[in-house]
Design a protein around this ligand. Structure first.
Ligand code: TYD
Length: 139
């Protein structure tokens, strides 16, 4: 079955509140539907800047705004959907073969990404026309 933007879902994460602050633990296979093989974070992103602009052939991700806010626009080549992420206790699950743009970063924002595989430049589709062709040929 081909994935669509409707497979991109906001996932509620646990929030443990203590008198000294809050903690959010995340387990692969429990809170996210994949085994976590890599974590990375985007930071020092200038306010208002955009990131992303690609799709992945095999990679699944959970994107969390652990500080500040940004928007994620997901696109399956047919339909687009915008998510505003501004809390550390939920994240956006992005399956394979979804084009994504991260937009409107607040200054000082930090975006945590949990990923299902190690970094692999060959897993990226960075050309939107190539993405559309790949989507159409997978139908
Ligand atoms: P890239 O994925 O192109 O960033 P974005 O699409 O968000 O603008 O990555 C930017 C650079 O960082 C690129 O040179 C590859 C490198 N990189 C790694 O080495 N490991 C990683 O896990 C990631 C995500 C990027």
């Amino acid at each position: 079955m081909t994935v669509t933007v409707h497979d991109c879902k906001l996932i509620d994460l646990p929030k443990i509140s203590t008198r000294k602050g809050a903690i959010t633990p995340i387990y692969g296979g429990e809170h996210v539907p994949f085994e976590i093989k890599r974590a990375y974070y985007l930071y020092d992103v200038p306010g208002g800047a955009s990131r992303g602009g690609h799709a992945h052939l095999h990679l699944q991700q959970l994107v969390v705004s652990v500080m500040g806010a940004f928007d994620v626009v997901v696109d399956d080549g047919h339909e687009k959907k915008r998510f505003h992420l501004d809390r550390a206790y939920y994240g956006l699950y992005i399956p394979i073969m979804i084009w994504r743009e991260l937009e409107n970063f607040s200054s000082g924002g930090i975006c945590l990404v949990l990923a299902s595989a190690p970094y692999d430049p060959d897993d990226y589709i960075r050309d939107y026309d190539v993405f559309l062709t790949a989507r159409r040929s997978s139908k």
